[in-house]
Design a protein around this ligand. Structure first.
Ligand SMILES: Cc1ncc(COP(=O)(O)O)c(C=O)c1O
Length: 396
């Protein structure tokens, strides 16, 4: 018998779709992937060289459960440089991906019955992670008309004596929203007044456009810092999704609890990848900036193309590499006896008719939308947009 906690998980919306995409590709059909959640860049060579060096130097054993001291020192240096924040190695834990850091944080602070607020649209894993701790996800919908800005008033209304934490993500997957400093400050003050934690997932911190920059929630005030667990990692900033290195910084006692949990579950993350991550954090600024500029070009291009398509509307994303697209104007329209009644139908239609893969907004608790990732070459984006436009024109 499978456990109740696993049976209650919402199966991944994208899994069935990946299967369909794989089937089409197997038949030799060229599908353009707008469903991709990782940079389409290669890990920079200097990082790869460092990993090779790590193997030859014998970094092939366990490290301390919460990560190599040198890497944790580098992470402290990063927070000092980027946000003028002071952390010591005892306030840092390195994990097997940001995903594990998030799970550790929730396991460390949430008891069964505690409530964790999550602004939506959000990454679906948050909700499943909260449920696994026995916590109760409290979903609060953000408004598309404000570009999915953080609506602190709406969040305030949902705070109860059971609120243990809020889990925020800026720059945001899937909306591309980048939360404003003043909203984060208001949220931070609420956390201080009502004694709950902020888990701030800043994994897309380097991918912010229009001359703006990520506001690290913990940097707003010393009181807010005491309430904030910042989640980050090398996956998105350095095109290192497969290396599985994430990290968290926060109050010492919370990090210690996260370490205890990690120590009994996975122990330390991959040693050579930790060694190479020091190089990523210390010597890859140029790479990050080139990647950011390229994403920015694609962002502007794709938003312009999408907004020119009849029936489509999208908010210009300010960060990350995703765009949410409202598709409800197509409901009830058909082509070749296939009718669009919901976003899943739209995903199926675009895959079968236009040979492009996009993700159902349901994967992010977003109604009437699909998510398009522009982590693909300009050439493919151009071709994909042509295909999409043509496909949607046929719907009557
Ligand atoms: C918002 C968000 N947080 C965390 C992660 C996971 O990062 P990692 O690969 O480091 O586990 C992702 C990956 O898609 C993400 O979109």
């Amino acid at each position: 018998m499978i456990s109740k906690r696993i049976k209650e998980m919402i199966p991944s919306v994208t899994l069935a779709q990946s299967e369909k995409i794989a089937q089409l590709k197997k038949q030799g059909i060229n599908v353009i992937g707008f469903n991709i959640g990782e940079p389409d860049f290669n890990t920079p060579d200097n990082i790869i060289k460092k990993a090779e060096e790590a193997y030859s130097l014998g970094y092939t054993k366990y490290t301390p459960a919460s990560g190599m001291i040198e890497l944790r020192e580098e992470i402290c240096g990063k927070f000092k440089n980027d946000y003028n924040l002071d952390y010591t190695v005892r306030d840092v834990i390195v994990s097997s991906g940001a995903k594990q850091s998030l799970t550790n944080a929730l396991m460390a602070i949430v008891d069964p019955g505690d409530e964790v607020i999550v602004p939506t649209p959000c990454w679906i894993s948050y909700v499943e992670m909260i449920k696994l701790t026995g916590g109760i996800p409290v979903l609060v919908e953000m408004d598309e008309r404000t570009g999915y800005d953080l609506d602190v008033g709406k969040i305030k209304d949902r705070i109860t004596h059971k609120t243990k934490a809020i889990l925020i993500n800026s720059p945001n997957n899937p909306t591309g929203a980048v939360y404003k400093r003043e909203d984060l400050e208001r949220l931070g003050n609420l956390a201080v007044e009502n004694n709950f934690y902020i888990i701030s997932d800043e994994i897309y911190e380097k991918l912010v456009y229009d001359g703006e920059a990520n506001c690290c929630t913990a940097s707003i005030s010393p009181e807010i810092k005491e309430k904030t667990i910042t989640i980050n990692g090398v996956s998105k900033s350095y095109a290192m999704t497969g290396w599985r290195i994430g990290y968290a910084v926060g109050p010492t006692h919370v990090i210690r609890a996260m370490s205890d949990y990690q120590g009994h579950t996975t122990t330390s993350p991959n040693s050579p990848a930790q060694y190479a991550s020091i190089e990523a954090l210390s010597n890859c600024e140029k790479f990050v900036e080139e990647m950011r500029k390229e994403f920015d070009k694609r962002r502007k291009f794709i938003a312009e193309r999408l907004n020119k398509i009849d029936g489509i509307n999208c908010v210009m994303p300010k960060g990350a590499f995703y765009v949410m697209v409202g598709i409800n104007k197509f409901y009830g329209k058909s082509y070749n006896d296939f009718t669009i009644n919901n976003p899943m139908d739209m995903c199926d239609y675009l895959l079968n008719e236009s040979r492009i893969a996009v993700v159902d907004g349901a994967a992010f608790f977003a109604d009437d939308s699909i998510r398009i990732s522009y982590s693909n070459s300009m050439e493919n984006i151009r071709e994909g947009m042509d295909r999409m436009e043509e496909g949607l024109k046929k719907l009557k």
